[in-house]
Design a protein around this ligand. Structure first.
Ligand code: PHB
Length: 419
């Protein structure tokens, strides 16, 4: 699908054709039927309207809240201005369903006429929205969703990612796990894009280091339902350890069930760090102690930027009552800084498309994660990756860095994935 832009506007016919967003057609066709053709271009004056599309419902609601608050905290630190323009945020709920989220993206772009969109937590939603932003030449700054393909075959000049690819934590963890956790791994992940990216990255490096995947278990997404049969399957396989990707409410369900089933302490659990991030650790309690994971941040990271960030974020009041920093808040903060730095570089003029692509692509600044450096080739951030362990620190439960893997860029293709 390709939609040509004419002086910053699209015709109503072209607009209606946009219903085919990455295969998401039926639910989106009639949103603005009958409205005037929207102006989706952008200039240099008036408020900079940023559409924020993040989950405020369903299993990833706490992630959306943290990312939003991280963004707000950075924007406030620059007086809510970018490129000389006041920043205006318009939020919409991403949920987890790609078709409903696509409708929200269209509403932000066509009705609210935002200058760019930031957010997206779920890989399934990101994949479904890719063509819409690419074909409309509208900037999308991804603040979480790790779908590898958007940095590879489905890369777009208009899409940048300030978070991670699903490959980035999982591939280094494969060789580390083979050396430190055992040779026989059981993989348990939710049955959608991010789960599948996790399997291919981990399996590639783990088997190259002599490991064997005993079994791969795909569980229902977004809601796992009754986890008991899945835990029984793990118990029967008796692996050296279980490697998982679960996040948000799904992580709470899985880790609790793992403990209730008596597996904690008998079969070690490991994974990408989302499963034991600071948003879910209070719910896990002591059942998470000892879990090893890989991620691009840890609460206890000893750098000046992180210490200031953690202290400032602890003061923020979140609507849910949740408190304290987590990796999602960091990603929101860095996403906001990326937007501000790029907009400053073009003096707020969104019509300077090539200059904006150059500014987003060459962004580099200090970050709570250590350093933020955009990869101009893949449009994905090059992340420092840390191997962490959940420990009790001064009476609270937190991730402590065991070792630092160093800078990990996404390879930009599938050469380091198991097929
Ligand atoms: C994803 O869908 O890409 C995803 C969701 C939640 C996470 C990480 C990745 O914590």
């Amino acid at each position: 699908m390709s939609v040509e832009r004419q002086k910053g506007t699209i015709s109503r016919r072209q607009f209606l054709q946009l219903g085919a967003v990455g295969g998401v057609v039926a639910a989106t066709g009639s949103l603005l039927a009958g409205c005037a053709a929207p102006n989706i271009g952008g200039g240099a004056s008036g408020p900079l309207k940023i559409g924020v599309l993040l989950p405020y419902s369903d299993i990833y609601a706490a992630l959306g809240e943290s990312i939003t608050e991280g963004m707000r905290m950075y924007f406030e630190s620059v007086d809510n201005r970018a490129g000389g323009r006041p920043i205006e945020l318009i939020t919409e709920d991403e949920g987890t369903a790609p078709d409903a989220a696509a409708q929200k993206a269209r509403k932000l772009v066509e009705q609210d006429q935002v200058d760019l969109v930031a957010g997206i937590v779920s890989s399934g939603v990101a994949a479904a929205l890719r063509d819409y932003f690419h074909d409309n030449q509208k900037f999308l700054i991804i603040a979480n969703a790790g779908a590898n393909a958007l940095t590879r075959a489905a890369k777009s000049p208009y899409i940048f990612r300030a978070s991670f690819t699903n490959w980035q934590p999982n591939w280094p963890m494969g060789s580390w796990a083979a050396a430190n956790l055992g040779r026989r791994a059981f993989i348990s992940v939710p049955d959608y894009g991010a789960g599948k990216d996790t399997i291919s990255a981990f399996t590639h490096s783990f088997t190259a280091a002599g490991g064997e995947i005993v079994k791969v278990q795909l569980t229902p997404f977004p809601n796992i339902g009754d986890p008991a049969p899945f835990l029984a399957e793990i118990q029967a396989a008796a692996p050296d350890f279980v490697y998982s990707f679960y996040s948000g409410a799904a992580a709470v369900t899985f880790v609790k069930a793992y403990s209730d089933f008596g597996l904690t302490g008998s079969i070690p659990l490991a994974g990408s760090g989302f499963m034991v991030e600071q948003d879910v650790l209070p719910s896990h309690g002591s059942s998470a102690l000892g879990i090893k994971s890989a991620l691009h941040w840890a609460l206890t990271l000893d750098n000046a930027e992180n210490q200031a960030f953690v202290a400032a974020f602890a003061q923020r009041e979140l609507p849910s009552g949740n408190k304290g920093a987590n990796v999602f808040a960091v990603q929101g903060y860095d996403t906001a800084r990326l937007i501000v730095e790029a907009l400053n570089a073009v003096e707020g003029d969104m019509s300077r498309t090539d200059d904006l692509i150059g500014a987003f692509g060459s962004a580099a600044f200090p970050s709570p994660r250590g350093a933020f450096k955009m990869d101009s080739t893949t449009h994905n951030v090059i992340n420092p990756i840390y191997i962490r362990e959940v420990q009790e620190v001064n009476g609270t439960i937190a991730n402590v860095v065991l070792t630092s893997v160093g800078e990990v860029p996404d390879p930009g293709d599938n050469s380091k994935d198991a097929v």
